[in-house]
Design a protein around this ligand. Structure first.
Ligand SMILES: Nc1nc2c(c(=O)[nH]1)N[C@H]1C(S)=C(S)[C@@H](COP(=O)(O)O)O[C@H]1N2
Ligand SMILES: [Mo]
Length: 264
């Protein structure tokens, strides 16, 4: 079963929910996936189950989850799959208040951003690169989603995020949505990027609110990325710049050896 063990670099919790006999029955599928090295440095099955909403204790659900994993290396099929596949959403009563903080430093070291002077700068393959103020962003149509946040450290919570749908924003500024990546820079020096299929997925947004309130400072005020189809670290907080590009650039976590895609 070495093929389904989480990468040694990460701190995944043990996959207690997976029945080993079920995995045994899927040995050939696992083997074919392993041959193509898809699981190397990828999600644990536990994290995958949470992102897809599949109960991997069921044999057919293991098949669904494994097939989803096997698609990761097949760029065209993966893009199609993700565009049509929605991550699970939850009820307002399940929303954790306040949300759970994480960063690569303690919450006391968060440096709050002045929302009056802050701007989101735009770079790369975008027709209108006029920087955006928080007030202008807040005036755009708002989307809300109640989704699960899954950190590679092995914890998760359900949160309610509102903000501007990223696809709608990219269209508004005349971004080249045939480009490969959307790259983000943050006020704390953090970086992240998304493949264009994820950036234009209906459950990917530039979030400005949590549980109906303006984002508190530790959670990315005034603007953060929030996507339902990726692990926690892909959700960059305190955004300062967005670039549409065809060049792959390493990100804060990918430089640490974590799988860059880390999602469904
Ligand atoms: N700018 C920035 N964004 C970041 C991080 C960070 O250190 N800096 N940490 C990431 C990680 S590992 C997680 S799990 C989530 C935590 O988001 P939350 O505090 O809203 O739960 O933010 C992600 N985005
Ligand atoms: Mo995380």
């Amino acid at each position: 079963m070495s093929s389904i063990r989480p990468p040694s670099k990460s701190l995944f919790r043990p996959d207690t929910r997976i029945d080993q006999s079920v995995l045994h029955e899927n040995q050939s599928l696992l083997a074919s996936i392993e041959r193509r090295n898809v699981l190397k440095g990828a999600l644990s099955l536990g994290a995958l189950a949470l992102l897809t909403g599949c109960d991997v204790t069921e044999n057919d659900q293991v098949q669904v989850a494994l097939r989803a994993v096997s698609r990761w290396n097949d760029h065209a099929a993966a893009a199609l799959f993700r565009q049509n596949h929605l991550a699970p959403t939850y009820a307002p009563s399940q929303v954790l208040k306040p949300p759970r903080f994480n960063a690569h430093y303690e919450v006391e070291d968060v440096k709050p951003i002045d929302g009056m002077t802050w701007k989101l700068e735009l770079f790369g393959r975008i027709a209108d690169k006029t920087p955006w103020t928080a007030a202008r962003l807040a005036a755009l149509p708002e989307q809300t989603m109640i989704i699960r946040h899954i950190c590679v450290e092995g914890w998760d919570y359900i949160g309610e995020w509102s903000g501007v749908n990223l696809r709608a924003f990219l269209q508004q500024v005349g971004a080249d949505t045939n480009a490969k990546y959307v790259f983000f820079r943050c006020a704390d020096g953090y970086t992240e990027s998304l493949d264009m299929a994820t950036a234009t997925h209906p459950q990917t947004m530039l979030a400005m609110k949590y549980a109906g309130e303006v984002l508190p400072d530790p959670f990315g005020y005034p603007l953060r990325l929030r996507t339902a189809t990726k692990l926690g670290f892909k959700n960059a907080k305190w955004l300062t710049a967005l670039e549409v590009t065809n060049e792959f650039q390493e990100t804060y976590y990918s430089k640490e050896g974590f799988n860059w895609f880390s999602g469904i």
